[in-house]
Design a protein around this ligand. Structure first.
Ligand SMILES: [Zn+2]
Length: 80
């Protein structure tokens, strides 16, 4: 999927009322707002969810180097 959209949704999720927002039934959800305003499509959101699960799965693995490489590749890894 498009990295721009991934970053956009990551940014949007920081504006959600709840930090652990799942963007499904929470009130004041910035991601749901963006979808209802047509800024974001359901397809893009679904693709984001799929990538996010993949990312979480990789981070749970014991091979952290592989996980960091993956994050760098996805431009999600930020140097401390
Ligand atoms: Zn949300």
């Amino acid at each position: 999927m498009n990295d721009r959209i991934f970053v956009e949704i990551e940014n949007l999720s920081r504006m959600c009322k709840f930090t652990n927002c799942s963007h499904t039934k929470e009130p004041h959800c910035a991601v749901k707002n963006a979808i209802s305003e047509g800024v974001l499509t359901y397809d893009e959101y679904n693709a984001f969810n799929r990538d996010k699960r993949e990312e979480e799965h990789i981070l749970k693995q014991k091979n952290k180097t592989k996980a960091v490489d993956y994050m760098k590749q996805r431009k999600l890894f930020r140097e401390p």
